[in-house]
Ligand binder design. Structure first.
Ligand SMILES: [Zn+2]
Ligand SMILES: [Zn+2]
Length: 289
């Protein structure tokens, strides 16, 4: 696997992306229709919440802080679980996610940035870029990750993992509620959950480069958005992150809530995580504007 270009042309890839987006939007509309007609169960909501947190952590703790930035080391099985959870979020393989993200950091808010609001507007940064995206010329950003056999396997089987994340809530819903339970579990724990998690991540790319505070002077337009910080499990402290991209902790003070950091710390206490990189408080203080 020398590059990340898929074995299909641009048009076929675009059709696949559009189908995925259509399914996510349809999932949310179906979920809302179930609420309006009082056909949603506590199990549906529990599945949606639990799988949202699990797959979101796959993105924030896994794809982002572990793989794209190497801000800490994880035990091999924890690293594999996070990689699987990240792909279940519907945001592609770790290799593609990390390559796009490293490109974003390398060209923050410049013309080559894949999703900058400065070059294409807020809609482009939020979702528009995904609709035009074709993974090519990305391998040079992730030579270290391409050497990882687990990630290569995960990249080749991302469809399998994606469907596991969709069918698991259907299975649990079916065990407790028969065919109807399977359907509502599939809608709420599957596609609607995927939409919600993707929106949280997309908000960091769009709103996190437009609105909010900029306590640090970075070469880009990244901002801290406390309002979205919890929704994105801590990745909303985006100006902090662009200032200290190698830090496993994004909320740099006690009041900047960063649930992903709490999970990394808990895993460190359990000896599942080591070599956690956090900037010295004096270095942070010196860089404050
Ligand atoms: Zn950014
Ligand atoms: Zn980053």
């Amino acid at each position: 696997m020398d590059d990340l270009t898929p074995p299909m042309d641009r048009e076929a890839f675009r059709r696949m992306v559009y189908t995925g987006q259509l399914m996510k939007v349809s999932g949310v509309l179906a979920a809302l229709a179930l609420v309006a007609t009082r056909h949603v169960s506590w199990l549906d909501l529990a599945l949606c919440s639990a799988l949202s947190v699990f797959t979101m952590l796959g993105v924030t703790a896994g794809m982002h802080r572990l793989y794209a930035h190497r801000s800490y080391q994880a035990h091999p099985w924890l690293a594999a679980v996070l990689a699987a959870a990240g792909t279940m979020s519907g945001q592609g393989s770790v290799l593609i996610w990390a390559a796009v993200h490293r490109k974003h950091h390398a060209h923050g808010d410049q013309a080559q940035d894949p999703h900058s609001p400065e070059h294409g507007g807020v809609w482009h940064a939020h979702t528009g870029w995904i609709l035009k995206f074709y993974p090519e010329d990305l391998a040079r950003y992730v030579p270290d990750l391409l050497a990882d056999p687990v990630l290569r396997w995960q990249h080749r089987h991302m469809g399998l993992l994606l469907w596991a994340g969709l069918l698991f809530p259907a299975l649990v819903g079916g065990i407790y509620g028969g065919w109807w339970g399977a359907l509502t579990g599939y809608v709420w724990g599957g596609w609607a959950r995927m939409f919600l998690v993707e929106q949280s991540a997309c908000l960091v790319n769009s709103a996190g480069h437009v609105w909010g505070s900029r306590p640090f002077d970075t070469r880009d337009r990244s901002t801290n958005l406390g309002l979205f910080a919890l929704l994105s499990l801590g990745d909303g402290w985006h100006n902090n992150h662009h200032a200290f991209p190698g830090s496993a902790r994004h909320g740099l003070t006690w009041f900047q809530l960063d649930p992903t950091w709490w999970v990394i710390r808990a895993c460190q206490a359990l000896r599942l995580v080591k070599d956690v990189n956090v900037p010295d408080p004096s270095v942070v203080a010196r860089r404050l504007l």
